[in-house]
Design a protein around this ligand. Structure first.
Ligand code: ADP
Length: 351
């Protein structure tokens, strides 16, 4: 049989626990605390021994938990660190001894809030087209519409269905991006093909209302998940078309910088974005003008997808914009994922 653990072994084990632990005596004075509890509650693990905990942590919920049997034993308090929250759990042992477990739940709380917010947003985004669809179905059941009117209603119904399809596709793409490992540096894809495809898709979406052009693309290839980077560039071009009034222009530029980084820029002469919105544009469902976004088929997830896709490749999305003049969205990719196309350009390097 293994020998019983010594007091020293217990103390070492309690130190190793990722939570804070404070042992109190029957008068609620500190007998011992581990270093995590000292950090959480701002205690001095040697100097505060023997002090009443309620003198050092002045919180009514803690006082109640220690002195009132009916008070909640698991509760949150503000930390001495600004904007941090601690979960405290009070437990009784050996009849009149108590211990307090502490845990910093700031990140967990933030994640939970984001999750709830996200579910609320998704539900709202799906409910709106569903309500419209249900209304049209009812109209068609109640009224014998003339053929022209019937075609109009069916077309509106189709638009709402497409809206839901786009939303679900973007949600699935985001979930895939979040759940998969970083793309390996193994498969090399020519950059020019990605640029040409994005420009062709943009021209299709614009239907001749904009000038869409690209500068000569350097002969390089990228170690990327092609679908993801195509989707990132495609989203930027689609936004440029949707937020640029007719007869405006959209321009794609690529630059292999002397430090080895690649920049892919999508410039437009569109409506632009006020400075205060820029840091929030990549948040899911953040839109400057909701009706314009929806009216042009936006899901509010495009830039969140772009940021995730490029981030997974070690790159960044940079946004510059002037209201009324236009915007520049820049994707960067790190040197490890960019190289000259071999063999006809051997020796070529960034310029
Ligand atoms: P959406 O589907 O609404 O376009 P995005 O995530 O792609 O969602 O973009 C978020 C918001 O950023 C848009 O609603 C729009 O307000 C703004 N935006 C994106 N691209 C542009 C652009 N090229 N010009 C002006 N505003 C833009």
């Amino acid at each position: 049989m293994a020998p019983a653990a010594s007091a020293a072994a217990f103390e070492a084990a309690f130190q190793a626990i990722p939570q804070g632990v404070v042992l109190l005596d029957e008068d609620r004075c500190i007998r011992w605390c581990n270093s995590m509890a000292a950090v959480h509650l701002s205690l001095d693990p040697s100097g505060d021994i023997g002090q009443p905990i309620t003198n050092l942590v002045r919180d009514p919920a803690l006082l109640a938990a220690l002195s009132d049997d009916d008070a909640p034993k698991d509760f949150r308090i503000g930390s001495h660190k600004p904007e941090h929250t601690l979960l405290l759990q009070v437990r009784t042992f050996e009849e009149d001894q108590q211990l307090i477990l502490t845990q910093d739940v700031t990140d967990a709380d933030r994640m939970e809030l984001m999750r709830r917010d996200f579910v609320a947003h998704v539900s709202h985004e799906i409910r709106t087209p569903l309500t419209v669809l249900a209304g049209f179905v009812e109209t068609m059941q109640m009224l014998a519409l003339e053929e022209r009117e019937r075609d109009r209603v069916l077309d509106l119904m189709r638009q709402q269905t497409v809206r839901m399809e786009n939303l679900v596709a973007d949600l699935l793409l985001l979930a895939t991006l979040e759940g998969s490992p970083k793309p390996p540096i193994s498969q090399w894809k020519p950059l020019e093909h990605l640029i040409r495809t994005a420009v062709a898709d943009g021209q299709h979406l614009s239907a001749g209302h904009h000038t869409i052009a690209f500068d000569p693309v350097p002969p390089i290839e990228l170690a990327v998940e092609e679908d993801e980077i195509a989707s990132a560039i495609g989203n930027l071009v689609s936004n440029a078309v949707r937020y640029t009034p007719a007869s405006g222009s959209i321009h794609l530029q690529t630059m292999w910088r002397s430090d080895g980084y690649l920049e892919i820029r999508v410039k437009d002469t569109g409506i632009g974005i006020e400075r205060q919105h820029i840091p929030r544009l990549t948040q899911r469902f953040y839109r400057v003008d909701k009706s314009r976004s929806r009216g042009t088929g936006g899901t509010g997830l495009g830039l969140a997808i772009v940021k995730h896709a490029i981030g997974r490749h070690g790159g960044e999305l940079l946004i510059q914009s002037t209201p009324g003049e236009g915007s520049v969205f820049t994707l960067t990719l790190p040197p490890a994922r960019v190289r000259a196309i071999a063999p006809n350009v051997t020796g070529s390097s960034p310029t």
